[in-house]
Design a protein around this ligand. Structure first.
Ligand code: HPA
Length: 275
């Protein structure tokens, strides 16, 4: 049995041999938002299934490709499609690509996800810049022996989402005439969506948007010393006193409709990044 570390090293060696630019920026693109990667030029594309030890996404709306290329002239590596806890993957498997990015030299991680709006002032189709998160997954990718060469045993989580990057994203949105919200993201394991009582609970504890991803990758990235910018696309509203069934087709359709706006913001952020 190969150790997790060996799997990460083998995957990293494979990817390193295929790419030409050393990426400083990593992108992780969520449900229905795969087209955000259209902003990447001259991409080298690797199917997850060809990369040693990479999990394979079981979600049809996720492309399952690792892209390497330039965004606004900056070397980026993008995961087009992520792995979710509800698919049955371990926390280690979910975060393996983040470790590969870390070992390839990625310093800035930009993530996106689809999320249900809890804050009643949000609208379907809004883009929320994540200011903080609540881990409600009941698990953590750092449980187990610490990999000291990758990061500290007890990583500080007091300011996970970088303030400077948040300001850049707000500026980028303004320049593109795109309305953005800011708020707290809660990650649940899923795959069942939230009950009315759970929505009320999330609202009470100060959550603005809820989803089923992002937390594991963010924790691994913080551990690995990356600075982080996160976006949630509000694909549906979860209002506790007006509970209406969330429809997956609608969630995906809204995410797809919003992808070009998110791409515009991400490209402008990449342009402004001082790397
Ligand atoms: N709940 C959880 N995850 C989601 C939702 C939701 O309402 N919308 C998109 N992802």
């Amino acid at each position: 049995m190969k150790t997790f570390k060996n799997k990460v090293l083998e995957a990293t060696d494979f990817v390193r041999a295929k790419i030409t630019d050393r990426p400083l920026i990593g992108l992780l693109i969520g449900t229905g938002l795969g087209d955000t990667a259209d902003g990447i030029d001259k991409a080298i594309s690797l199917d997850y299934k060809d990369i040693p030890h990479f999990p394979i996404s079981t979600v049809p709306t996720h492309h399952g490709r690792l892209l390497s290329g330039k965004m606004a002239g900056k070397a980026v590596m993008a995961m087009q499609g992520r792995f979710h806890y509800y698919e049955g993957y371990s926390m280690q498997a979910i975060t393996l690509p983040i470790r590969v990015m870390q070992l390839l030299g990625v310093k800035t991680l930009i993530l996106s996800n689809a999320a249900g709006g809890i804050n009643p002032l949000f609208d379907v189709g809004d883009i929320m810049i994540i200011t903080d998160h609540v881990n409600l997954m009941g698990n953590n990718p750092l449980i187990g022996p610490n990999m000291d060469e990758w990061g500290p045993r007890f990583p500080d989580m007091s300011q996970v989402y970088n303030r400077k990057l948040t300001a850049l994203a707000e500026e980028a949105a303004l320049e593109n005439n795109i309305r953005v919200q800011k708020g707290v993201y809660a990650g649940l394991p899923g795959p069942s969506l939230e009950t009315g009582a759970e929505i009320r609970f999330l609202k009470t504890i100060g959550v603005d948007a809820v989803g089923l991803s992002t937390i594991p990758e963010v924790i691994a990235a913080v551990h690995g010393g990356m600075v982080i910018l996160g976006f949630s696309v509000i694909t549906n509203m979860n209002l506790p006193d007006r509970v209406k069934p969330a429809r997956v087709e609608e969630i995906i359709a809204v995410a797809e409709r919003t992808a070009p706006r998110l791409q515009a913001i991400m490209t402008r952020v990449a342009e402004k990044l001082p790397v």
